[in-house]
Design a protein around this ligand. Structure first.
Ligand code: ADP
Ligand code: MG
Length: 272
C-alpha cells in the first residue's frame, strides 16, 4: 500500500537530511506506530505519505502511484487522510455534523450520499449522539474523533495520525486509541506517529526513528526486546516492559509477548 524506496529528504537550508535513505513497505490493513525523539524525522516521514513533502532522492509510492508525479497527488490525497496534533486547527465549522460533512461537500458529493457518509463516520468514531452538538462544547478527545470522522467521510484507505493524541488528557488519549484500534479492526491501514510508547503495544508493527534513520522495525514484542538499545537513545519503553525485564532479571521466565499488564499477570501468576 505504501512504499519508501531509498527516500532521502533535505529541508531547504538544513545542514543534514531529515530522512536518510529510508526503505520501508506498509501493507494494506497494517497498523504501524512510528516513535522516536523530537526531530528524528517522524513528521517528515508522515508528510511524505500523502505528498505534502516530496523526496529529495528516492521514491514514495502509495497504492502503486509515485508521489513525485504531479498528476497522482490529488488521487493520493483522496486515499490518505491525515490527522494532526491540534484538533482545533482541523475543525472548520461550529456544529459537529456540519464539520464532518465539510470535506465531502467541497468535493461535490451528492447530499443524500453526504448524509450516509456523515452518519457512518460519526458511528465509526462513536459520536453519533453528538451530531447536532456545538463543536466548542466537546472535549479534546471528542474533537479529535470528530476530526477523524471528517477524514473518514472522505473514504480514505489509509489514516495517518501525527501525534494526534499529544494534546489530549489520559482519558482523551484512551478514547482516541480505542477509536483507532476499532478502525484498524474494520480494515483501515493506519500509520500512527506517537510519543507515547504505551500506545504502540497493540499495533502490528513499531518503527523507531532516530536521526532520520529507521533504528528498529518489528512487532512490538520484537522492538521491546531491545530495551537497552531504546534506553541508550533515551527512549523509555512501556512501563510493563520495564517491570517484565526486572522480573526476568530476578529469574522469572517471562516471554517477549509480555507488553501489557493483563499479559504480565497471566504469565506471572502460575510462576508464583
Ligand atoms: P519529528 O516529527 O520526529 O519531531 P521532524 O520530521 O519534524 O521530526 O523533523 C526532522 C528534522 O527536520 C529535525 O532536525 C527538524 O529540525 C528538521 N525540520 C523539520 N521541519 C523543518 C523545516 N520546515 N525546515 C527546516 N528543517 C526542518
Ligand atoms: Mg513531529
Amino acid at each position: 500500500m505504501i512504499r519508501f524506496d531509498n527516500v532521502t529528504f533535505q529541508y531547504e537550508k538544513a545542514f543534514s537530511p531529515a530522512l536518510s535513505d529510508i526503505c520501508l513497505e506498509i501493507k494494506q490493513g497494517e497498523f504501524v506506530a512510528i516513535v522516536g525523539h523530537n526531530g528524528s524525522g517522524k513528521s517528515t516521514l508522515a508528510k511524505h505519505i500523502n505528498g505534502l513533502l516530496l523526496p529529495t532522492k528516492g521514491t514514495v509510492t502509495v497504492c502503486g502511484m509515485s508521489t513525485s508525479v504531479e498528476e497522482n497527488i490529488l488521487k493520493i490525497r483522496q486515499k490518505v487522510g491525515m490527522a494532526f496534533q491540534n484538533p482545533d486547527n482541523q475543525l472548520v465549522t461550529t456544529v459537529v455534523e456540519e464539520d464532518v460533512a465539510f470535506g465531502p461537500e467541497n468535493l461535490g458529493v451528492h447530499p443524500d450520499e453526504i448524509r450516509v457518509r456523515v452518519d457512518e463516520a460519526l458511528a465509526s468514531v462513536g459520536m453519533t449522539d453528538y451530531a447536532t452538538f456545538a463543536v466548542h462544547h466537546l472535549s479534546g478527545g471528542q474533537k479529535q474523533r470528530i476530526a477523524i470522522a471528517g477524514i473518514l467521510a472522505l473514504k480514505p484507505q489509509v489514516l495517518v495520525l501525527d501525534e494526534a493524541s499529544a494534546m489530549l488528557d489520559p482519558s482523551g488519549r484512551a478514547e482516541l486509541l480505542e477509536t483507532i484500534e476499532k478502525l484498524h479492526k474494520e480494515g483501515m491501514t493506519v500509520v500512527m506517529v506517537t510519543q507515547y510508547m504505551e500506545e504502540t503495544t497493540g499495533c502490528d508493527r513499531v518503527i523507531v526513528m532516530k536521526g532520520g534513520h529507521v533504528m528498529l522495525d518489528g512487532t512490538p514484542a520484537e522492538v521491546f526486546r531491545h530495551t537497552d538499545l531504546l534506553l541508550d537513545s533515551n527512549l523509555v519503553p512501556p512501563e510493563t516492559v520495564a517491570v517484565r525485564d526486572a522480573l526476568k532479571d530476578m529469574g522469572y521466565p517471562l516471554s517477549d509477548d509480555v507488553l501489557t499488564a493483563g499479559r504480565l499477570a497471566e504469565e506471572l501468576c502460575p510462576l508464583i
